[in-house]
Design a protein around this ligand. Structure first.
Ligand code: SF4
Length: 277
């Protein structure tokens, strides 16, 4: 985990899965891939296997050891709902979030149909938790907007949209049932441009539909120079967060043990589930 994430809308990142595959135009310049591939073949490095999908069960219990409540971006270097991650593993990650409930978790995916299907079934226990925010990425109309409908059909307490990188004008968006919207442009070499009007349109709709609006960045090749001001101010709105007391250390250790027992049953030879996908 990184305790001081540089991502503007979170405090920390937690990656019990690493690596991913590209599925839509928003993935073109995936920062996680660029970062991970830099270390392919470096012996002993967490990204020795580059951006290949890998489950990281040794990271599962981490949130139990963090004593101060954090806003945690889950799988900043991956996508929890991609095909290669077994249902049972997604369940255990969700059990950790539901149990270590003094943190608030942000789960973001482009695999919105699997998110919807699992929240309706195996993840029902986690769907109505105020401390787990379920979100989808939206980069354009063709691939991004259908994800909003999938998310709306998921029985989640807090649903959010990460509209980044915003690649075109999205037109009118139905924000019914959506609790938070983040908007940002692409950054880094080859960054695709984002127009001001596209951003202003989303801000207007958030205002009209009373949804908190977070403007992350303009992006561009020189992200720092372009900054994150929109009409001379920043937009750092969030949904309200619940406050839950942090249990004693011994209690946290017991919670961790209990949740990880599920991992043992998942790896039992009879279950035929590989944890080194
Ligand atoms: S889904 Fe996310 S993590 Fe996966 S390749 Fe696309 S941008 Fe990268």
């Amino acid at each position: 985990m990184s305790l001081n994430s540089q991502i503007e809308w979170t405090d920390a990142t937690w990656n019990p899965v690493r690596g991913c595959t590209k599925i839509s135009p928003g993935c073109k310049h995936c920062y996680a891939e660029t970062f991970a591939e830099r270390f392919r073949g470096v012996k002993g490095h967490p990204y020795e296997q580059g951006f290949d999908l890998r489950l990281v069960p040794e990271k599962l219990a981490e949130p139990f050891s963090w004593r101060a409540p954090k806003l945690v971006f889950v799988n900043s270097m991956s996508d929890l709902f991609q095909d290669g991650v077994p249902d049972g593993y997604v369940e255990i990650v969700s059990r950790v979030m539901a149990t270590a409930n003094w943190h608030t978790y942000q789960v973001l995916t482009k695999r919105s149909e699997r998110l919807r299907d699992m929240l309706q079934t195996k993840l029902q226990f986690a769907s109505d938790r105020e401390n787990i925010w379920w979100g989808v990425s939206v980069e354009d109309r063709k691939y991004g907007l259908p994800r909003v409908d999938h998310l709306r059909r998921a029985p989640a307490r807090i649903r959010f949209l990460s509209i980044e990188p915003l690649l075109e004008d999205l037109g009118e968006i139905d924000l019914t049932g959506i609790s938070w919207v983040i908007v940002g442009g692409e950054s880094g070499p080859g960054a695709r441009p984002m127009e001001r009007d596209w951003v202003v349109s989303i801000r207007r709709q958030c205002r009209e539909q009373r949804v908190p609006f977070f403007f992350k960045q303009w992006g561009g090749v020189r992200k720092a120079r372009n900054g994150r001001l929109l009409d001379n101010r920043t937009y750092d709105e969030y949904p309200s967060r619940m406050v839950t007391p942090v249990p004693e250390k011994s209690e946290c250790a017991a919670f961790a043990e209990e949740v990880l027992r599920g991992l043992e049953s998942l790896t039992h030879p009879d279950r035929l589930v590989s944890l080194s996908a």
